[in-house]
Design a protein around this ligand. Structure first.
Ligand SMILES: [Cu+2]
Length: 208
């Protein structure tokens, strides 16, 4: 290579060398950023629900009885207010002694389907189901704020029916539960037990 060639190619080599350094710097920055992102992913909980699910299991029991204080013929949920934690697996057991039916109507007919439970099912006297035929519905246990709905069928004459379901509350707060079946008195069956707090309505408190 002649001196002239060196002279003419010199600036090109400098530019290439500089370009190489710049590319190297970028690669280093990306490598460091990649490591940082990897670390961030490694230290954050992989799944918040899974993380808090380690809080274990709690059982809540309610009954639906067919009389209450001052009203011997009104259906009523016992234990209308209870408290659980976010991420806890709640086993909710509802034993009903109410043999009457209260079929759902209009848009509320959708509450004949189970929702918001583990596997989307409930157990009725040990049988796993996804919905209750509307003609057999007596009550519902519905927590709109938690997306939870359990249809409760009528109990056999002189006996009881037990509905069991598992759910995991995903967020904290005080949530209203209520029965959507028209199981009260009056012309549209929305009076009586359906209109007085603590009978067909209560609270689920979910602590963080
Ligand atoms: Cu009811």
């Amino acid at each position: 290579m002649s001196r002239d060639n060196w002279r003419s190619k010199g600036p090109l080599f400098v530019v290439m060398a500089l370009a190489g350094i710049v590319v190297g710097l970028f690669a280093s920055v990306f490598a460091v950023a990649g490591i940082a992102l990897g670390l961030r992913d490694a230290v954050k909980p992989a799944n918040a629900v899974e993380h808090v699910a380690s809080r274990g299991t709690v059982v809540e029991s309610m009954s639906i009885v067919t009389s209450g204080p001052g009203h011997p013929d009104w259906p009523r949920y016992t234990n209308p207010s209870w408290t659980v934690h976010v991420g806890q697996t709640v086993v909710l057991r509802i034993t009903s002694y109410d043999t009457g039916t209260a079929p759902l109507s209009g848009v509320q007919t959708m509450f004949d389907a189970v929702s918001g439970t583990v596997s989307g099912t409930e157990s009725v006297d040990g049988k796993t189901i996804r919905s209750v035929p509307n003609t057999q519905i007596a009550h519902t246990f519905t927590v709109v704020g938690l997306g939870l709905n359990l249809p409760i069928p009528a109990a056999p004459a002189g006996g009881s029916v037990t509905v069991t379901a598992r759910f995991v509350a995903q967020r904290s707060g005080a949530f209203v539960w209520q029965c959507y079946a028209p199981c009260g008195s009056g012309p549209n069956s929305m009076g009586g037990a359906m209109s007085v707090k603590g009978w067909m309505e209560g609270r689920v408190h979910v602590l963080a």
